[in-house]
Design a protein around this ligand. Structure first.
Ligand code: PMP
Length: 354
């Protein structure tokens, strides 16, 4: 830290993204990216947009919002486009939390929530998951706090059914409930259709996972028009050109090619079920995932040992050195060939340790 760094951030511990080592070629199953290339339409539109990079992009993202609105059967004013869903999560902490209204989220969830709370100087409570790593809905009923729920949750992959999400939203009418649906397309139920029923609901989604665009940074928020206005006040007060031309064009191509996304999500779900079965044969227990990753453990080997052994053999997975999580590995579901390599590498590691 330099001597110039403001005291207000002196205690800030930044979020640690999944590692991107360059020392050798890895099978990358550690950051929940898609194994599939973006849609060819997305690639073509982005290339074309590159020819106009001398011009600022449309700060209203009108065409992209119109395309999304027609796909989701919404009004374009119920949608805001953001630079990855991380950006709108930060906006939600800025907009809807303060000393009077603390944030609340699970003790085991997306690691960025406490960081956003801290950078915004917002108090927060962490609500423990139950012994099965599930959200206990009763803990969220009428709590007078701004609630953040990742659904499916990360890193567990466990999803709450929509009626349970709705109970949380309807029982907190004076507080915003943010439902972070980064992984919803892999088999969970979306709350987007509830935005007209509840004025306290903000749903966030991303193009990073199911839509194969993590490198482009594109996310979206769905809510009633007033909440979207709040987010836009913050967006226009920080970076109105938050979506660059190439990303916006790629986003339009991806939405036009939605069948490709649907097809890929189906393959990921099939690969997930295959992987869970193969892991089970090797003695692993896996939480019930509705995401493009699994959270799995083996009583005979520590999470750290498996993580390090896999890495040494060229397979990267995510390991969390934290209480209740350190027995587990979080493994992204990739192509079937990648998953076969993962399983074979695990078999080798287990053989070698005999
Ligand atoms: N929410 C959750 C639960 C996530 O795991 C991630 C990805 N790390 C995000 C939001 C943010 O994704 P992005 O900014 O790429 O849209």
């Amino acid at each position: 830290m330099s001597k110039f760094f403001s005291e207000k951030f002196a205690d800030l511990i930044p979020y640690v993204p999944g590692e991107q080592p360059k020392d050798m070629k890895y099978i990358k199953l550690n950051t929940n990216e898609s194994p599939f290339a973006p849609s060819t339409k997305a690639q073509e539109y982005a290339l074309d947009a590159a020819k106009k990079l001398q011009l600022y992009p449309d700060p209203d993202c009108t065409e992209l919002r119109e395309k999304i609105a027609s796909l989701y059967e919404l009004d374009k004013d119920e949608i805001v486009i953001v630079n990855g869903s991380d950006e709108i999560l930060n906006f939600a902490f800025m907009a809807y939390c303060d000393q009077k209204t603390p944030a609340a989220f699970a003790d085991i969830t997306y690691g960025f929530y406490p960081v956003y709370a801290k950078i915004n100087k917002v108090p927060y409570v962490e609500i423990p998951l139950n012994e099965n790593y599930e959200i206990n809905v009763e803990d969220y009923i009428g709590i007078n706090k701004t609630i953040f729920i990742a659904n499916p949750n990360a890193p567990t992959g466990i999803a709450l059914p929509l009626d349970q999400i709705e109970r949380i939203i309807s029982s907190n009418p004076n507080n915003i409930v943010v439902v972070d649906e980064a992984y919803v397309d892999f088999g969970a139920q979306s709350a987007v259709k509830l935005i007209r029923k509840y004025d306290n609901l903000l749903v966030t989604q991303t193009f990073s996972k199911s839509r194969s665009m993590a490198g482009a940074r594109l996310g979206m928020g769905f809510a009633n028009k007033k909440l979207i206005q709040d987010i836009n006040t913050l967006r226009y007060s920080t970076n109105p050109y938050n979506i660059n031309r190439m990303t916006m064009a790629a986003g339009i191509g991806t939405i036009e090619d939605n069948e490709y996304t649907i097809k890929n999500c189906k393959v990921i779900q099939e690969n997930r079920e295959w992987t869970i079965q193969e892991l089970q044969k090797l003695g692993f227990t896996t939480l019930n995932s509705k995401a493009n990753f699994v959270f799995t453990k083996n009583e005979k080997f520590s999470g750290e040992y498996l993580y390090k052994s896999l890495k040494a053999k060229g397979v990267l997975v995510r390991y969390f050195n934290k209480e209740r999580l350190n027995q587990f590995l979080r493994i992204t579901i990739g192509s079937i060939d990648e998953m076969k390599i993962l399983i074979n590498t695990l078999k080798t590691i287990m053989e070698e340790s005999k």
